[in-house]
Design a protein around this ligand. Sequence first.
Ligand code: C5P
Length: 398
Amino acid sequence: MDLIDKRIVLGMTGGIACYKIAELVRRLTEQGATVDVVMTEAATHFITPVTMQALSGRPVFIDAWDARVPNNMAHIDLTRGADAVLIAPASADFMAKLAHGEASDLLSTLCLARACPMLVAPAMNREMWANPATQRNVAQLRADGIAILGPDSGSQACGEVGDGRMLEAHQLLAEVVAFFQPKLLAGKRVLMTAGPTSEPIDPVRVLSNRSSGKTGYALARAAHEAGAQVTLVSGPTSLPAPYGVSLIPVMTARQMHAAVMAEAGSADLFIAVAAVADWYVKNASAQKIKKTGSGAPQLEFEANPDILADVAGLPDGPWCVGFAAETENLAQHAEDKRRRKNIPVLVGNLAQNVMDADTTEMALFDAQGMHPLPAASKLDAARRLVAEIAARLPKRRA
Ligand code: C5P
């Protein structure tokens, strides 16, 4: 659970995107958050307070004069214990109020009276979003230290297509979870590889490695949560792209190599998690190889480029972290590999313990030796690893 002990005031304003907030409240509470829903009168025209109360399990507040609050000061009472105020959906009208510090109803008063950070998820028609007045207000909110989440682009409830759609519930959840993670990689550009590579034998057959991509994707998510700008070059997996991460899909090791080398020059950190095939089939067939009586096809192999070694060898290249999945003698193989590839950090694990699993147990190897990390879910382990990497990353890169 990513939001245990977190108290969130969820402010809803008038917009059709209110329907997405029912789902968001469920997801926030599933992650352990306590959610106090505060609605403007306009929001109650789109979804009922009864629904929001049932989902949050807590009373919903609308009116500044709500006598249920013992001291009759709901605007103070609701925010004092809160870790964040999230306004979703945020209408153009409400953002204008926020930008000008108005306190004309319970929600706007509470925003002005809050002592905690605020996140705002705009939701409006594309022309309303593009209007210079709205853009002025958004710039003002950013300047005031308020995080603006989205908006997304796409089809809108009004029938038009463009910018202004509110993020989906799962994206808002990812933003809120990320908000509470320490920004250990703020401003850093992180390039990563993940998943297996897939080397064609013919148009329907491939050689590949067993890799679900779960560790690499979790690490990409954790790096993004830590404030990095993340590019993930991934072989084929069944996983959705981590939210906020720029994904470059590839199939073969040579494609992965080309994509990585094109991005490596601008990266501060390169993390090679992919299970790259060591060889490709040199005599791959352009047509499907038929089963004939003459026995098995004779495949010829050629070594794939070593992506990590090539990046580590760049004169002004990024700081490199490698991975090694071994089946035995982890400490010896991992340290050998770290030295051979000439990289500052290599992360090792025992393949049979982590393959396809949702949990992992890793050890970090650096010039000081081996540092075992606790067994954990792949996401928790990834967050821990980000902290370990951030602590070792040189402060200033030439
Ligand atoms: O060479 P080996 O596969 O044992 O090393 C594993 C590490 O090297 C991993 O970080 C993997 O992503 C990377 N690697 C690579 N290109 C290859 C082979 C491995 O980047 N061709």
